[in-house]
Design a protein around this ligand. Structure first.
Ligand SMILES: Cc1cc2nc3c(=O)[nH]c(=O)nc-3n(C[C@H](O)[C@H](O)[C@H](O)COP(=O)(O)OP(=O)(O)OC[C@H]3O[C@@H](n4cnc5c(N)ncnc54)[C@H](O)[C@@H]3O)c2cc1C
Length: 376
C-alpha cells in the first residue's frame, strides 16, 4: 500500500502529527508496536503538566503558548476532558537558575505569573508547608493535560479524517529510497513519500534499522499517588506544582477525579535495558523514599502512599528535544529525545511535524535548537 506519509510510533508526538496531516487531507499510515494510548511508552499515568514560563530556556516559550492554544481547541472538539486549568506553582529558592529563568521568561513574554513568598503560598493553599527560604511563581493560565485522553482523541480524530492505524505492529525494516521510503511490518510492507519517526523510547532500535545512532538514554522513572483530603487537594482548589530543590527536582498534581495527589521525581532514575520490560514499581528503595520524603517535608497533610507506576524518559545529553530531518534524507523526519518534558508540546510538535512534510516544508517555529548537528 502506498501513502503520502508513514509515521512510525503513534504515541504523544506521532498521533498528534497523524491528526494534523489527516486533517489536511493527506493519506497517512500510523504504525505502532502497541495500541495507543497504552502503558508501554511515555504517555500513561493520566496527567501531564503544561507550564508556559519555561525554566528550561526561552526557546520553548512561544511553542508552549501555541501548544496551549491547540490544547484548548482540542478540548472544545473532544468529548473527553483534555485540559484542567489548575494553574501551576513552580517552587524553588529564588537564586536557583530554574526560578530565575521562569521569572525572565514571564517578564520577556508578559506572562501572567505571580511571585509569591513561602508564607503567601502556605496561606493561599494550606496543603503546602514551605520554609521561608523558598518562593514560588504561580502561572494561573497553565494547568494539567489528561495525557491518555489526548492520545485517544487525536487517534479518533485522525481516523475520522481518514488516517489508517496499524497497531500491535512492531516495525521490522525501513528502506530509504530516493524520495521514497518502504517500511516492513510482519509480512507486509508499505511505501510513502515521507517518513516521520516518533518512536519515543524505541528510537534507538528503530534508528538501528537505518544505521543512524543518537546519544539517547532511556531512563526508568516512577510516580506515585497519595491519599489526599479532597477539600485541600482537589484540582478545583489546588495547583499542579514543581519543586526545584538544591539537588533534586520533583513535580506533582492536585487530586484529579479524586485519585489523590500524584508526585514523581524528575531527575534521577535508572538506565533501562530496552530488550527487557522495566522493573516494576518498588524494585528500588528510592521509588517510595524520594516522594514520601518530599511529601513529609513540604506537604505534610498528604496521606498514605496508594499506588506507584513505572514509565520511561528518553533523554538527550542536554535535555533539549530532537526535531530534525535525517542528515542525508530530507524526506525522513525524526522527533525524539523529549527528556521528560515533552508532552505539553505534543500538540505543537505534531503541527510542526505536519508542516515539515507538507507545503514548503518550513515549520512555524525555529527548530534549530533541536537539531541533530549539535551532537556532531
Ligand atoms: C512519569 C512521566 C511524567 C512526565 N511528566 C510530564 C509533564 O508533566 N509534562 C510534560 O510536558 N511531559 C512530561 N513527561 C514527558 C512526556 O510524557 C514525554 O516527553 C512524551 O510522552 C514523549 O512522547 P513520544 O511521542 O516521544 O513517546 P510515546 O508517547 O511513548 O510514543 C512513542 C510510541 O512509539 C511506539 N514505538 C516504540 N517502538 C516502536 C517500534 N519499534 N515500532 C512501532 N512503534 C514503536 C510506542 O509503542 C509508543 O506508542 C513525563 C514522562 C513521564 C514518563
Amino acid at each position: 500500500m502506498d501513502y503520502e506519509v508513514i509515521i512510525v510510533g503513534a504515541g504523544s508526538m506521532g498521533m498528534a502529527a497523524g491528526y494534523y496531516l489527516a486533517k489536511q487531507g493527506k493519506s497517512v499510515l500510523l504504525i505502532d508496536a502497541g495500541d495507543p494510548p497504552h502503558t508501554d511508552g511515555s504517555h500513561h499515568g493520566e496527567t501531564r503538566i503544561i507550564r508556559h514560563a519555561y525554566g528550561e530556556g526561552e526557546a520553548y516559550v512561544d511553542m508552549a503558548l501555541r501548544a496551549q492554544a491547540l490544547w484548548e481547541e482540542l478540548h472544545d472538539l473532544s468529548d473527553e476532558e483534555i485540559f484542567i486549568p489548575t494553574g501551576v506553582l513552580n517552587i524553588g529558592q529564588s537564586h536557583s537558575v530554574f526560578m530565575q529563568n521562569v521569572i525572565k521568561s514571564a517578564k520577556n513574554y508578559s506572562l501572567n505569573v505571580e511571585k509569591l513568598s513561602a508564607d503567601e503560598i502556605n496561606q493561599r493553599w494550606n496543603g503546602f508547608h514551605l520554609p521561608d527560604s523558598y518562593m514560588g511563581c504561580f502561572e494561573k493560565d497553565s494547568g494539567v493535560l489528561l495525557s491518555e485522553n489526548v492520545v485517544s482523541t487525536y487517534k479518533k480524530e485522525a481516523c475520522r479524517h481518514g488516517a489508517v492505524m496499524k497497531v500491535d505492529s512492531a516495525v521490522r525494516s525501513i528502506s530509504i529510497l530516493d524520495n521514497r521510503v518502504e517500511v516492513g511490518v510482519g509480512k507486509e510492507s508499505f511505501t510513502a513519500n515521507f517518513l516521520i519517526l516518533t518512536p519515543g523510547a524505541g528510537t534507538r532500535q528503530i534508528l538501528s534499522l537505518i544505521d543512524l545512532e543518537l546519544p539517547l538514554q532511556e531512563v526508568r522513572k516512577t510516580f506515585s499517588w497519595f491519599e489526599a483530603d479532597e477539600c485541600t487537594y482537589h484540582s478545583r482548589n489546588f495547583p499542579a506544582f514543581s519543586f526545584v530543590l538544591p539537588d533534586e527536582t520533583y513535580y506533582g498534581f492536585p487530586s484529579v477525579h479524586e485519585a489523590g495527589v500524584k508526585m514523581g521525581r524528575h531527575d534521577g532514575g535508572q538506565l533501562r535495558d530496552m530488550r527487557k520490560p522495566p522493573e516494576t514499581f518498588g524494585s528500588y528503595d528510592e521509588d517510595w523514599r524520594d516522594v514520601i520524603n518530599l511529601a513529609r517535608q513540604f506537604m505534610p497533610q498528604v496521606g498514605q502512599h496508594k499506588i506507584g507506576k513505572v514509565c520511561t524518559y528518553t533523554n538527550t545529553p542536554d535535555g533539549d528535544f530532537i526535531i530534525d530531518r535525517h542528515p542525508n534524507h530530507d524526506h525522513v523526519v525524526i522527533a525524539t529525545g523529549f527528556s521528560g518534558h515533552g508532552f505539553k508540546f505534543s500538540s505543537v510538535v505534531g503541527e510542526m511535524l505536519s508542516q515539515l512534510v507538507t507545503g514548503d516544508g518550513q515549520p512555524a517555529f525555529d527548530i534549530s535548537p533541536f537539531s541533530l548537528k549539535r551532537f556532531e
